[in-house]
Design a protein. Sequence first.
Length: 133
Amino acid sequence: MKKTNDSELKAYYARISACVLCNRKQKKAFLKELQSNIEEFRLNNPQASASDIEAFFGSPEQIAASFTDNTDSVKLKKKLSVKRIVLLAVILALLVYVAFVVISLIDVHTEAHGYFEEQLLTVFGVLKGTSAV
């Protein structure tokens, strides 16, 4: 058996972290508890390889699934939907802001370059000496 090195464990933890869907605080607490369990396993099995650890604890997907099963899925879905709503609100606010800026720039451009009506004198009015109104 090949002994597990720290880089293999870091990669294992990173894969687990990517699979677990929850807020940072819960994820950090969960990973800390998992790391302590793995360290205890390594103390009891010093020659354990990364594949031995994964076989004992499960794949990252299995660990994430068991974590999700243990948490309240309704709360999890609600938090994810709240985040989506907030994200959509921010995007909508940015779109309104961009539209306002574009309309303002068009207005400023129109005023700066002048918008005026010019009246042309008729050729016949000028020749007769009368001004056309």
